[in-house]
Design a protein around this ligand. Structure first.
Ligand SMILES: Nc1nc2c(ncn2[C@@H]2O[C@H](COP(=O)(O)OP(=O)(O)OP(=O)(O)O)[C@@H](O)[C@H]2O)c(=O)[nH]1
Ligand SMILES: [Mg+2]
Length: 348
């Protein structure tokens, strides 16, 4: 859908792959095992996976970082939103021990890189070149497990944000107060208020009140994670105001109540008109997309089978016609080549 409205942006040569996942071997290997060695560092550099240093690649593809403490839910978020993994399957995900980079190129607007970090990242580790990482970053999502004691997470959030801000003041800082499916509605609001207050107090104490943090209540068990990710991605789309205007014009001229421009693959919405987003409408649209995709899959298979059968039938029909017409021609030639009494005809 987004392709209809958008003019494709220039892409890197290697953007052809729809989704590719790389591990930044060696940039930072936080495995506890013996394989986290300098040897890995060298091999990563040789393989040339450190293309984040290329200023043009960061221009074309904004980088979104997923950071937070161990088991806060970073990899689950990535898998559920971009790999259609069911939330229950995330229970079996292993702890991430290397930075995993993934290209998401679903359309001209949804075109970025996601970097999933290991929880136990150490800024003081010399192999972690955070300057290089933060320099090309568009958004930093910090995931906090709301079902756990979040004091350590808040300290880590502060450290991460201040480090990143020093390197790049343009980063959007997005805080996902995650796993809220386990909290009551009152508890959710109270947790958000508390985290918001503490995080901003910490920044004010450090004289960094100009840093803006955005907060979202999220869970992989409902649509909140898709909605939050939509807002993160939208901030990285320079055409957003134009798209919003187009959608405003569209709803005012069509009588349609609400319009979303969806990335069908991930179900994040790239833009919407300026009327407020109602979560239920968004959920309804997500469900409609699922239904349409499921049904069109069935029809596509049927349609393809139908076309294939028709094509085969037509090939046979053409062949039969050719055979028939040859027979007729042969017969005619035989007739033309001889007189009724059997003497050969002389053709002038
Ligand atoms: N209840 C609930 N559990 C979640 C949610 N998101 C993730 N989890 C669970 O949290 C656990 C940890 O998830 P991961 O995605 O591996 O966490 P991570 O942050 O990538 O962990 P590291 O790779 O070790 O840093 C898994 O058992 C997930 O099923 C959520 O929204 N709600
Ligand atoms: Mg992980």
């Amino acid at each position: 859908m987004s392709q209809v409205l958008g003019k494709p942006q220039p892409q890197n040569e290697d953007d052809d792959d729809e989704e590719e996942e790389d591990e930044l071997v060696g940039l930072a290997d936080y495995g506890d095992g013996p394989d986290s060695s300098d040897a890995d560092l060298d091999s990563g550099a040789e393989e040339g996976v450190l293309d984040f240093s290329d200023p043009f690649s960061s221009e074309v593809k904004p980088r979104i970082l997923l950071m937070g403490l161990r088991r806060s839910g970073k990899s689950s978020i990535q898998k559920v939103v971009f790999h259609k993994m069911s939330p229950n399957e995330t229970l079996f995900l292993e702890s991430t021990n290397k930075i995993c980079r993934e290209d998401v190129s679903n359309s001209s607007f949804v075109n970025f890189q996601i970097w999933d970090f290991p929880g136990q990242i150490d800024f003081f580790d010399p192999t972690f070149d955070y300057e290089m990482i933060f320099r090309g970053t568009g958004a930093l999502i910090f995931v906090i497990d709301s079902q756990d004691d979040y004091m350590e997470a808040l300290a880590r959030l502060h450290l991460t944000v201040t480090r990143a801000y020093k390197v790049n003041t343009d980063i959007n800082f997005e805080v996902f107060i995650h796993k809220v499916d386990g909290l009551s509605d009152d508890h959710k609001i109270e947790t958000q208020r508390d985290i918001h207050q503490r995080a901003n107090d910490d920044l004010a104490d450090a004289g960094l009140e100009k840093i803006h943090l955005s907060f979202y209540l999220t869970s992989i068990y409902d649509h909140s994670i898709f909605e939050a990710f939509s807002k993160v991605v939208q901030k990285l789309i320079p055409q957003l105001p134009t798209l919003e205007n187009l959608l405003n014009i569209f709803i005012s001229n069509s009588g349609i109540e609400k319009a979303f421009l969806f990335d069908v693959v991930s179900k994040i919405y790239i833009a919407t008109d300026s009327t407020p987003v109602d979560m239920q409408t968004y959920e309804l649209c997500c469900d409609m997309i699922d239904v349409v995709i499921d049904i069109s899959c069935i029809y596509l298979i049927d349609y393809n089978f139908h076309c294939f059968r028709k094509a085969i039938h037509e090939v046979f029909e053409v062949r039969m016609k050719v055979v028939k017409s040859r027979k007729v021609q042969n017969r005619l030639q035989k007739k033309k080549g001889a007189t009724p009494n059997g003497t050969p005809r002389v053709l002038l």
